[in-house]
Ligand binder design. Structure first.
Ligand code: DPN
Ligand code: ZN
Length: 492
């Protein structure tokens, strides 16, 4: 029924084109059906999205400098999103969830007379220390690289009661910890072998582990320099935590029109880290889908329903999006099946940006996660758009490192856009997009400097328009992704 209606709309639009376009008429008749309504890539602009970013910045400023899970800054961010949505005719809903999380009671490391600069990352699955910490002589393996991967690396070293200082490299963190502990060490400090912090995991629990902590290469070098300077060769590592239950929520809103049996989802996490206002990460994605919702509500009837999600507690481990998907898996699997595809936007205004598209077709990166059927076609919505306007783009690894993870783990196709976080810009990328090679794509990632002054407006504009375009295109048809024909059977 609707298929015919849509067809006749297209025919008359094409006819109008024929009359107006004159000489262009022959190619116009061969063109695929045009989407009706105004072109959202012209309306979801960086300028409009930036207004929402200013609101998020003002919220952070008024609430202690961040918008993190569980804070009044998060609540105010949600209220802002909800109020904009209501003005556009949406009925936003909160989906509350609870989860358990470690709360740190004590975390400190001193070595060779210095307080070791953070961040300190207790290795995942390593035990806590007693209160007051573990104190012992600093001991290092004898291998040249200080990797400490084999018993031989510790042969001839008296590590008993010591705090082992080892470098990342050659073997798993768990092997380093077990080897040092077998040699008699009571704690292990692992420093990075490349610039930047180290957040190690030991993979699983093991009673043979001793407390272990990851530090940056720079912090490791500071310890070695202090030792060389004659600092007291003793270290104390102190770490205790306990588990607490927290509550947070997602904000969800669906278009009033469009087929609820064939839903296109757009999501962005609304929470920041505790350390900063989170304007690029992820005010940008949140603001871009908010403006997309506003503009889509004004763009006329839709074939498919579009659902927007502002996820909570992403920064604590993709918790809100995982809750949403797992809840559907457990309680309403048919509703999950109605989701045609999921588009994720996490950081779309990085100061040293690349225009990145999640590489679902694995043309550049092998994906370390499942890539559901339809993801390749979802990626193509973005890449075809960029190609059509002559905008260069690069692949960004389809890594699952954001809120699309739960969707792809449950067979929902996905893609998304990303301008970069802690990755280093290559010379090639600098040649394409400008910016500075050799430094991070977002030097302010997860710091207090991730603020409104450090968002790149060009990147934000390019990405916002692409998001508007993708929403509109998929609201028109997901046929390429899941074979559902607009207005076809079961789709009215
Ligand atoms: N998940 C990200 C965050 O919110 O911090 C950013 C990120 C995604 C970083 C993918 C690296 C790769
Ligand atoms: Zn993020």
């Amino acid at each position: 029924m609707r298929r015919q209606l849509a067809g006749s709309t297209v025919a008359s639009a094409a006819l109008a084109g024929l009359v107006l376009a004159g000489a262009l008429a022959p190619s116009a008749t061969a063109a695929p059906p045009e989407m009706p309504g105004k072109d959202l890539s012209k309306h979801v602009t960086g300028e409009r999205v930036f207004k929402h970013l200013e609101a998020f910045q003002a919220i952070a400023d008024a609430h202690g400098g961040n918008r993190a899970m569980g804070t009044s800054g998060y609540e105010a961010s949600a209220e802002y999103v909800e109020s904009v949505l209501r003005k556009s005719g949406y009925t936003p809903e909160r989906q509350y969830f609870t989860f358990e999380q470690d709360v740190v009671d004590a975390l400190a490391l001193t070595a060779a007379g210095i307080e070791v600069p953070g961040p300190l990352y207790p290795a995942e699955f390593s035990p806590q220390t007693p209160q007051g910490g573990v104190t012992g002589p600093i001991v290092q393996p004898s291998d040249a690289m200080k990797h400490g991967c084999t018993a031989a690396d510790w042969a001839g070293v008296d590590a008993t009661g010591g705090v082992a200082l080892v470098s990342r490299g050659s073997c798993a963190f768990s092997v380093k910890v077990l080897t040092a502990s077998a040699a008699g060490a009571e704690a292990v400090i692992i420093y990075n072998n490349v610039s930047g912090p180290l957040n190690p995991t030991l993979g699983a629990e093991d009673p043979a582990y001793v407390p272990a902590v990851g530090i940056s290469l720079e912090a490791g070098q500071a310890i070695l320099a202090a030792l060389a300077d004659g600092g007291d060769p003793v270290a104390t590592y102190d770490y205790q935590s306990h588990v607490e239950e927290f509550e947070s929520f997602n904000v969800l809103a669906s278009t009033r029109t469009g087929d609820p049996d064939n839903v296109v989802m757009l999501g962005a996490h609304l929470d920041s880290v505790e350390d900063g206002p989170g304007i690029n990460d992820n005010g940008t994605g949140s603001a871009a889908i908010l403006e997309t919702a506003v503009q889509l509500a004004r763009s006329g009837p839709l074939n498919n329903q579009v659902r927007f999600a502002w996820w909570g507690a992403e920064e604590l481990g993709l918790i809100g999006s995982t809750h949403y998907v797992n809840d559907l898996v457990a309680n309403d699997p048919e509703e999950l099946d109605r989701i045609a595809t999921y588009l994720n936007f996490d950081m779309v205004g990085s100061p040293n940006y690349t225009i990145g598209v999640y590489d679902a077709n694995e043309s550049t990166y092998d994906a370390p996660v499942p890539v559901p059927a339809g993801s390749v076609e979802t990626e193509a919505v973005f890449t075809d758009y960029f190609d059509s306007i002559g905008q260069p783009w690069v692949d960004s690894e389809f890594s699952g490192r954001s809120d699309y993870q739960a969707f792809i783990n449950n067979g929902i196709p996905a893609s998304g856009l990303f301008t970069g976080a802690d990755g280093i810009k290559t010379e090639e990328e600098a040649a394409i997009f400008g910016g500075t090679a050799g430094i991070r794509l977002d030097p302010n990632y997860h710091t207090p400097a991730d603020d409104i002054t450090n968002v790149d407006k060009t990147a934000l504009d390019i990405m916002s328009r692409a998001i508007g375009h993708a929403a509109q295109k998929l609201a028109w048809s997901t046929e390429a992704i899941n074979g559902v024909v607009p207005g076809g059977p079961g789709n009215s």
